[in-house]
Design a protein around this ligand. Structure first.
Ligand code: GDP
Length: 440
């Protein structure tokens, strides 16, 4: 996410770091580079210009030239301004109605249907809601089916009327159905088209007027850059929506949309989509996003994701096993599966301060654990629970079975041993023993 922009901003700050003396000239040069970086990331010209003007004023106000660490101060000013530009505070979704009605708008292909599913899943699993999904696309039967498939994946009911060609009626009937059946959130997925056109706008405006949603969300593909901002403007002029959903931020997005949208339509970005899976949804935190853009990582999100996956019951069982020396490869495998649930590896690495930059050119496989899983899956039950039985002959068989080299099996065995030792130490006597060991 935002690799290019992060890289260029980093270079801009190097102008300050590289020189012993800070002068008006290198501050001006830095700002010029910051502006260029924003423009390259597809940020609108005026926004980029205003941005650097504000940063300059602040920098002069805080006397960047005379501080001991002008580079650091400059980064902080840029970070604060970026946060402000992207919305300042985090914006929630209004769930006040009974049921709360959420209307989705956006072009075809923006990720509306996928996001409707993600949001339903999020509200169900994280907020304890009982959502109903509504298919209001009267043009493409495939769109209705797609929503039904999504609903099936997450265990959420989908309301549709395949024969009805009146989206207003469908939406109204769906709300009645929700009231009668105890659904407290209704998410209405509407028909989009490939480009903004009057018929689509009229249709969604009619639905909007008829159902008076608590929340109207506009979904846009972040990869479309400047176009995302223009489309947002067209929809906002018509619907006066409440918030923006930026999808496909997992790809090679240049980031311009995330940075520009708030200041053009003056509506907050509420969520981002970072993948095709139902779990790939994140609340949008302007400040954390600014950290990421500046290559400062996002530890808060990383820890939160870890906590979400943390299962206390599992952890207790694991502790017992470690204490009894029963930690085996099956437990190792389930640990890996927990990590995998946290998201894709590239995304996670990007949240570690500094790591994103350091590992920028290292190819990180989407499924970095593929080989490890294959090796463990090629082991017998006995081998998994009692790794000490694995001799050379067995290693050769395991390597063959999992399609890896024997060195990779050796490496995994070693890693496993180290990990078991370390865990054992954390248990008994805690950190003290570990410190002793580290000090030799
Ligand atoms: P709709 O026409 O607006 O309903 O768009 P869809 O929900 O059908 O999404 C269009 C395509 O984008 C599908 O192939 C989705 O899997 C994909 N997609 C949606 N959201 C994301 C996302 O956050 N990241 C990625 N990589 N793909 C996405």
């Amino acid at each position: 996410m935002f690799d290019n922009l992060s890289d260029k901003l980093d270079k801009a700050f190097h102008i300050l770091k590289g020189h012993g003396k800070i002068t008006d000239v290198n501050v001006a040069d830095t700002l010029k580079e910051v502006r260029r970086a924003l423009l390259d990331a597809d940020v609108n010209f005026k926004i980029a210009k205003d941005f650097t003007t504000r940063v300059k004023e602040k920098a002069l106000g805080e006397n960047v030239l005379t501080t001991l660490q002008p580079g650091q101060l400059m980064i902080k000013i840029v970070k604060d301004e970026l946060t402000e530009l992207m919305g300042g505070d985090v914006a929630g979704v209004n769930l006040s109605g009974t049921p709360s009605v959420i209307l989705m708008s956006g072009l075809q292909g923006s990720g509306k249907t996928t996001f409707s599913g993600k949001l339903a899943n999020y509200l169900k699993t994280k907020k304890g809601k009982k959502p109903l999904l509504v298919a209001c696309d009267i043009y493409r039967p495939a769109a209705i089916n797609q929503l039904i498939v999504v609903g099936g994946q997450i265990g959420v009911e989908v309301y549709s009327e395949p024969e009805n060609k009146n989206p207003v009626e469908i939406a109204q009937n769906a709300i009645k159905h929700a009231k009668a059946n105890g659904f407290n959130v209704v998410i209405v997925d509407t028909a989009g088209r490939l480009a903004v056109d009057e018929q689509m706008m009229k249709e969604i405006a009619d639905v909007h007027k008829a159902i008076q949603p608590q929340e109207t969300l506009f979904v846009v593909d972040a990869m479309t850059g400047q176009d995302a901002v223009n489309t947002a403007k067209a929809f906002n002029d018509r619907l006066n929506f409440d918030g923006v959903i930026l999808t496909k931020l997992d790809g090679d997005t240049r980031g311009g949309a995330a940075i520009s949208i708030k200041s053009v339509v003056n509506k907050p970005i509420k969520f981002i989509g970072t993948g095709e899976k139902m779990e790939a949804i994140d609340v949008f935190y302007p400040s954390r996003m600014a950290d990421r853009i500046l290559g400062m990582g996002d530890v808060v999100s990383l820890v939160e994701r870890a906590q979400e996956q943390y299962d206390e019951e599992e952890a207790r069982k694991l502790q017992k096993k470690i204490a009894k020396n029963e930690f085996g490869f099956d437990d190792f495998l389930s640990q890996i599966q927990q990590i995998k649930k946290m998201g894709n590896m590239k995304d996670l690495v990007g949240m570690i301060p500094g790591a994103g930059k350091a590992l920028k050119d290292v190819e990180i496989e989407d499924d970095a654990f593929k080989h490890i899983e294959a090796i463990i899956q090629s082991m017998t039950k006995e081998e998994r629970s009692k790794p000490s039985v694995i001799d050379m002959k067995r290693k050769t068989r395991i390597a063959k079975g999992s399609g890896v080299k024997i060195e990779q099996v050796n490496q995994l065995m070693k890693q496993f041993e180290q990990m078991s030792k370390m865990m054992k130490m954390m248990q008994g006597g805690g950190g003290k023993k570990m410190m002793q060991m580290m000090q030799g």
